[in-house]
Design a protein. Structure first.
Length: 94
């Protein structure tokens, strides 16, 4: 896995632990494609839920965007998932 992917996973996890974030808010953190990072985190056993919201761009066009919510860790947290949790929080299984 490329280093930048791991850094982005940590950035997404840290941001979501602070509170819900939309696709646009995550892009402002230079996570240009948040959905794959969220999917990777989910695959590691990190609970993230998605709500859908409407967003109007500067041209007035409406878009559907994801709003992601951190739910904690699943029972099947992978070793990689636990390492990310520890890196972000300083403790295991947040």
């Amino acid at each position: 896995m490329p280093v930048h992917t791991e850094i982005q996973q940590m950035m997404v996890l840290r941001a979501l632990m602070e509170g819900p974030k939309t696709t646009i808010e995550l892009r402002r953190l230079n996570i240009l494609s948040p959905a794959p990072r969220v999917m990777e985190l989910r695959n590691m056993g990190i609970g993230i839920d998605t709500d859908w919201a409407r967003f109007n761009d500067s041209d007035g066009l409406e878009h559907r965007i994801g709003e992601y919510h951190y739910l904690g860790c699943d029972e099947d947290l992978t070793q990689r998932g636990e390492m990310l949790i520890e890196a972000v929080t300083g403790r295991s299984k947040a």
